[in-house]
Design a binder for this molecule. Sequence first.
Ligand SMILES: [Mn+2]
Length: 290
Amino acid sequence: MTTCQRMTSSSKRLSPSEHDVDLRSASVTTTVPRFEELAAPSHWRTVDFISDLHLQASEPATVDAFTRYLTHGSADALFILGDLFEVWVGDDAMAEPGCFEAQGCAALQAAAQRMPVYFMHGNRDFLAGQGFAQHCGITLLDDPTVLTFAGQRYLLSHGDLLCIDDVDYQRFRVQARSSAWQHQFLSQPLATRRAQARGIRQESEARKQSGASYADVDHTAAIAWLHAADAHTLVHGHTHKPATHTLAPGLQRVVLSDWDAAALPPRLETLRLSAAGLERVKLAPTYQPS
Ligand SMILES: [Mn+2]
């Protein structure tokens, strides 16, 4: 069972029929999805990529680090490639005073006044909708998207769709992308949705404690995506295994770090794109528990 991975991504623009999983046979292919295209304006000198912050009430140090990063960050644009929030149970959640969603949104709102902020869904926050985006002043981004920057094409994804070995998860992903599933979930009272999310989180923690392994990005599928996108570099998160992999001559996969300000040493990192290419930038932990 892969419950923790099942709060999965949803782009309402893709219907299950366009997905690469056949529910009847559970066969998973490497069908390449459609790409959104985004051309960076020429005045962008630096672009930051982050993902997998998993903001939640029980991790105030990471919430604080995110707020500080947005306050002091110097990039010309920010791309959040999924799982900014540990869970998103509906856009109405951010209206609850003092909740972690409200804190995260306030930080995003302030940052969006200074630079464009793009948000791609992860498998945890796939229910973040247009209400959230409009409230924060940010732009939702399809998964995957090709970003053209300084004449190069970068393929951006959360990464869960490429973990094709986890068939149970991919099946759930198709289901959770459907408007019927989302309507049913969102029609429940907020407190019920929060309780369900807590239950899922507990199962997820139990699975992590048990040492269960998770599927990783499939290299054949990643290469197929890159060829189809006419791109040389795939940037993704989700797996929490930051590394740069050469997939084939001239093709690479760059994996973003997750964030945990309370870990020793802290994991606080952005991937910065400039005309010189991609560079990992460690962020200084500044949070002092009171
Ligand atoms: Mn994820």
